[in-house]
Design a protein around this ligand. Structure first.
Ligand code: 0FV
Ligand code: MN
Ligand code: MN
Ligand code: MN
Ligand code: MN
Length: 593
């Protein structure tokens, strides 16, 4: 048997990197160090953010072998898949059982094999009757509501009126699963709803908290499932907001403990998870090689060296095995954005940053030497990468996207520059002024347009134009969630080393609120952005954007909530529990019984 991969603490090496890639000793975060600069004979004060080296050793990554990358596993998986497919038209299943089956399949991460089966069932029951469950069954009502809305079918929030009118009736004896379902459903609210976010969600949340107070979170079996664990997970991160692959990993665990579980589903879910993980591992090796070959990690010694984390972000956006090319390209974009963000936020002088921004605007390799030496390689790598994407897209899809990609780099650099100027000139924007720039400076609009070009079978010029002109509301909403989640987690360190006021400080400055109040205001803004995103998704029939592309953009919002849940998971993955998440999703297979 092939050795089972186990990434233990040995994988995380301490300072081994320093032997191969010398980095200057990090300076204290708040004190500027003086470093001389080659092509500029004067001495310029340079800062450091004190970022730690990468936690992942390149050579160790390359040495990974995975037993699930074999044809044998694939054959086993395909057999299971066909057995599960037959279960979709099991005549004996009640309507509620069918809904639960669909939900389990989705949460176990295997719905990508059964898209047609799932769409058929939901579409036909939506067309038949819109609401097919018994009026008195809260669990069934909430589950149907959530599944319909997840799939872009609108159902009115009013279906909960009958329950909420008699909510005191629930005081005793109601199955906790009904409240879990109600709580999860409440996250599908849109800006047109008035009850879900403001009334139903707090009500359901209180029920879940009461349950934990009375029962603890221990793994007691409450009839159908490990209710305690389910409640803890729902409160930790509602399904609709959660990074899909992490939710899958967790649900395989919880579902596997359910006494009436479907054994075939569990087996398929575990096998498929491990097979897809093996695919992801090969992609990690590829991007790690690419990153070494660019030489940027050595040259931009002050910047975050985060190739594995940059890859991890792309798993959040799109996890299915067939999208490896999208993940490889988008990882490169994420990595270049991370390095360039550090040039603007940490290392560059205002004068250099202006030159750098102009270089993107000119987009002319003949003028490379006008840049400070340390910026040349970085610019050229971006330039080559964009041309290489443009070349592939032109060959396969017969459209020249380079001007759009180039503009997205100019736009993000301009947004980075505005923040650098505000900081260096002491300007304190109000929250609105800040957000107008900050949803672009978080860099997701740049990521999305590259994503679109590589992901879409056919490229629409109209979509490219609306993306390029920043006219897609779903882009603004997803980017705003990312920005606000980032600010909640990264602003303490950013302000300590010196940076522009972030959303929290803008709000404090503008209203005189305490930091605590400002943080809760920012969390409210995140809620409202979700309501708008959900609305956009429901309106997808009238949108230029495909349902699938929209979902990958919403997924970046989910991924940012995952990355920043416990701190700055991108900059300091070792402190923010991200190391464990990376290990469980990318490196540790699920043991098969
Ligand atoms: C966030 O870091 C970060 F790394 C960004 C925005 C670039 C790359 C994006 C992905 C990897 C998806 P940081 O907190 O430094 O960002 P800001 O904008 O606050 O400087
Ligand atoms: Mn090594
Ligand atoms: Mn930054
Ligand atoms: Mn920045
Ligand atoms: Mn930040």
């Amino acid at each position: 048997m092939t050795t089972v991969l186990h990434i233990g603490s040995a994988f995380i090496y301490s300072n081994a990197r320093a032997k191969t890639l010398p980095r200057p000793k990090p300076a204290c975060t708040t004190v500027a160090t003086m470093t001389s600069h080659n092509d500029n004979s004067t001495t310029v004060p340079r800062r450091s953010a004190n970022y730690q080296p990468s936690l992942w050793d390149h050579h160790h990554l390359l040495s990974l072998e995975n037993q699930y990358a074999k044809d044998k596993s694939m054959r086993e998986r395909d057999l299971l898949k066909e057995k599960v497919r037959k279960m979709f038209d099991d005549e004996k299943k009640t309507y509620l059982e069918k809904l639960e089956f669909i939900d389990d399949v989705e949460r176990l991460g295997i719905s990508y094999h059964f898209q047609a089966e799932i769409d058929n069932i939901l579409l036909s029951s939506y067309q038949k009757d819109r609401v097919n469950v018994k009026e008195c069954d809260l669990h069934a009502t909430a589950l149907e509501f959530r599944l319909f809305r997840q799939h872009g079918f609108n159902v009115s929030e009013d279906i909960f009126d009958v329950f909420m009118a008699n909510s005191e009736k629930f005081e005793s004896g109601t199955d906790i699963n009904a409240f879990i379902s109600l709580y999860e459903a409440s996250y599908l609210s849109t800006k047109l709803d008035s009850k879900l976010q403001k009334f139903i969600r707090p009500f359901a949340k209180q029920k879940l908290r009461d349950f934990l107070d009375n029962n603890g979170s221990s793994n007691r079996d409450f009839g159908s499932c490990n209710a305690g664990e389910m409640v803890v997970q729902a409160l930790d991160m509602p399904y609709h907001w959660g990074m899909r692959r992490l939710a899958t990993r967790r649900y395989i665990n919880v579902y596997g403990k359910k006494h009436n579980k479907n054994l075939l589903l569990v087996e398929l879910a575990k096998t498929d998870f491990n097979i897809v993980q093996a695919v992801h591992q090969e992609e990690v090796k590829y991007v790690s090689r690419w990153w070494r070959e660019t030489g940027l990690g050595t040259q931009l010694h002050f910047a975050r060296d985060r190739i594995v984390e940059n890859y991890f972000w792309t798993i959040g956006q799109i996890q299915e095995p067939q999208y490896g090319n999208v993940r490889r390209v988008v990882t490169k974009i994420n990595t270049l954005l991370t390095s360039i963000d550090d040039i603007y936020d940490i290392y560059g002088t205002l004068e250099e940053l202006q030159l750098f921004t102009v270089a993107f605007e000119n987009w002319d390799v003949n003028r490379l030497d006008e840049l400070p030496e340390y910026m040349r390689l970085c610019f050229l790598v971006v330039y080559n990468e964009v041309n290489s994407i443009g070349c592939d897209v032109l060959r396969k899809k017969n459209i020249n996207v380079i001007p759009f990609l180039k503009k997205s780099w100019t736009d993000v650099c301009k947004a980075y520059l505005i923040e650098a100027m505000w900081y260096k000139r002491g300007h304190k924007p109000n929250l609105e002024e800040y957000m107008q720039n900050a949803w672009i400076s978080i860099s997701s609009p740049t990521i999305f347009i590259h994503f679109y070009c590589v992901f879409s079978d056919q490229i629409s010029l109209q979509v490219l134009e609306t993306l390029s002109q920043h006219q897609q509301n779903v882009v603004r909403c997803s980017s705003s969630v990312f920005r606000l989640a980032n600010d909640l987690a990264t602003s303490p360190d950013e302000l300590a080393r010196g940076d522009v006021h972030k959303s929290i400080q803008c709000y404090m400055n503008e209203t005189g609120a305490s930091e605590e109040k400002a943080r809760s205001h920012v969390r409210e803004m995140i809620n409202d952005m979700w309501d708008e995103m959900n609305y956009e998704k429901m309106a997808h029939n009238t949108s230029l954007l495909s349902h699938d592309f929209m979902e990958t953009m919403i997924n970046l919002a989910r991924m940012s909530l995952c990355m920043y849940q416990y701190g700055d998971g991108h900059g300091s993955p070792e402190k923010a529990k991200i190391v464990d998440r990376v290990k469980s999703l990318l490196f540790n297979p699920i043991p098969l019984d």
